[in-house]
Design a protein around this ligand. Structure first.
Ligand SMILES: Cc1cc2nc3c(=O)[nH]c(=O)nc-3n(C[C@H](O)[C@H](O)[C@H](O)COP(=O)(O)OP(=O)(O)OC[C@H]3O[C@@H](n4cnc5c(N)ncnc54)[C@H](O)[C@@H]3O)c2cc1C
Length: 164
């Protein structure tokens, strides 16, 4: 049911798309918001083994939206190099479609927050990480986005460079 890319030559190999997802630090989560309006909200994330993890407050627009409808998409822009002389941008981006689940099982919640903490502060000590997680855990909700379809795309100019 997922659409093929019209400009298929610009499609990145799957491993490169996954590398962009793994290397990014923020993206835009699009969910079904209120009254049929899509809600696209920027979020930090961590990617691991086909899942994207987010943390958020225990209430709010996005949480209400994913509780109502699990289907969502997530976009990460890896490169947006504007080239004024060519009236274009040399871009690379990925889009994932999938379903979002609010984690409830304490072990899952802790594992997810641990992944985020390691991604954002890899140099921190285990003790400080554990201390911060302990403090923040009661205030947080963890979301798990299971990727069902992932594509990456790059600008035509970047694609042509590959052949050089
Ligand atoms: C780079 C980046 C990384 C972020 N990382 C995280 C993260 O990891 N976890 C997290 O919880 N939040 C993060 N945020 C903040 C996030 O975008 C939301 O503001 C926040 O999650 C609250 O969302 P909500 O739907 O619960 O807000 P609500 O307050 O319930 O949203 C109500 C309304 O406020 C407006 N609104 C909400 N957020 C924004 C926004 N960012 N910009 C403009 N209008 C807004 C919208 O109109 C929305 O309908 C990040 C923001 C940026 C830019």
């Amino acid at each position: 049911m997922f659409r093929p890319m019209r400009r298929a030559k610009q499609q990145l190999p799957p491993a490169e798309a996954e590398a962009i997802l793994a290397g990014g630090t923020s993206g835009v989560l699009a969910v079904l918001g209120d009254d049929g309006y899509p809600y696209a909200v920027p979020l930090s994330y961590v990617y691991a083994d086909g899942k994207i993890y987010f943390h958020c407050a225990k209430s709010g627009h996005k949480l209400d939206a994913v509780r109502r409808e699990a289907k969502a998409s997530f976009c990460v822009v890896a490169q947006d190099q504007v080239v004024p002389a060519e009236y274009t941008t040399y871009f690379r981006s990925v889009i994932a479609f999938g379903r979002v689940r609010v984690l409830t099982e304490p072990r899952e919640v802790r594992a997810a927050i641990e992944k985020l903490a390691r991604r954002y502060a890899p140099e921190d000590t285990a003790a400080r990480r554990a201390e911060l997680i302990e403090k923040e855990l009661p205030l947080l909700c963890m979301l798990e986005f299971s990727v069902e379809h992932l594509t990456g795309k790059e600008a035509k100019e970047l694609m042509l460079r590959r052949g050089e």
